[in-house]
Design a protein around this ligand. Structure first.
Ligand code: ATP
Ligand code: MG
Length: 228
């Protein structure tokens, strides 16, 4: 049995819209176990990104708790949060968010350098990761010199650079054609097995979500087990 990694308890997030309150998340409860992989689906505007932002400490819930390995992240300082994100979390977005002026290798080395790893060790690991995601021939390419699928592979390698325990992915294949999306999704499944990293993947694509062991649907601000 895997231990509990992240827990959202009675998580609510609302936004003030003029004089009325827009409640996006209402008492959401979610447990992510170490090494597990789960999909979150839901219509546009249902709050999927808001939930991931709260889980990643990028947004603060209006009420409720996010616990990581038993610790409430809202109690941490900005520096502690930044350090935690760097070492324990990986992020993958719909658009790659790679640094345009740096090569694939440098982009994957960057989070390691921030964590204090030496340049030679960071580059060696970056190269191993890029080889693993199928980009052995693309180490020195800049993002503009890569295809959409290749950029997402670099973004995946970067997310894994510091061996995080949890990767949060927001529409990681949303910008790719169907067959490239499927390949990238298969890669995520393989990496989950190999590295024992937990993945929470937001997707619009029900067929891709169905490949994962667990799918939850966000609807009316609440998470429910998806019907299969
Ligand atoms: N900073 C903000 N201020 C006010 N409202 C916001 C803010 N951020 C998000 N919202 C609202 O919260 C709701 C949920 O947004 P969110 O981005 O989480 O949806 P989503 O499920 O990720 O949608 P999509 O699938 O289109 O990415 C939307 O109605 C949005 O307009
Ligand atoms: Mg979104």
């Amino acid at each position: 049995m895997h231990s509990m990694l992240m827990e959202c308890r009675q998580l609510s997030r609302s936004y003030q819209d003029g004089d009325r309150e827009l409640q996006v998340l209402k008492d959401v409860n979610l447990t992510v176990h170490a090494g597990e992989m789960l999909a979150i689906v839901g219509s546009s505007g249902s709050g999927k990104s808001t939930l991931l932002h709260c889980m990643g400490g990028l947004d603060k819930p209006t009420s409720g708790d996010v616990l990581f390995a038993g610790y409430a992240i809202q109690d941490w300082s900005a520096n502690q949060l930044a350090d935690w994100r760097n070492k324990e979390l990986g992020f993958i977005y719909q658009f790659h968010h790679l640094l345009p002026e740096f090569t694939a290798l440098e982009n994957v080395a960057m989070p390691q350098l921030i964590a204090g790893v030496t340049t030679s060790a960071a580059k060696a690991r970056a190269e191993r990761l890029l080889r693993r995601v199928g980009l052995a021939e693309r180490l020195q390419h800049r993002p503009a010199e890569l295809s959409g699928g290749e950029r997402q592979r670099v973004a995946i390698a970067r997310a894994l650079a510091n061996s995080p325990r949890l990767v949060l992915a927001d529409e990681p294949t949303g910008n790719l054609d169907d067959s490239t999306a499927e390949q990238v999704f298969e890669l995520l499944l393989e990496l989950n097995e190999e590295f024992d990293t937990a993945f929470v993947i937001v997707t619009h694509d029900n067929a891709l979500a169905a490949k994962l062991p667990r799918t939850l649907t966000l609807h009316h601000g609440q998470l429910a087990q998806a019907e299969s």
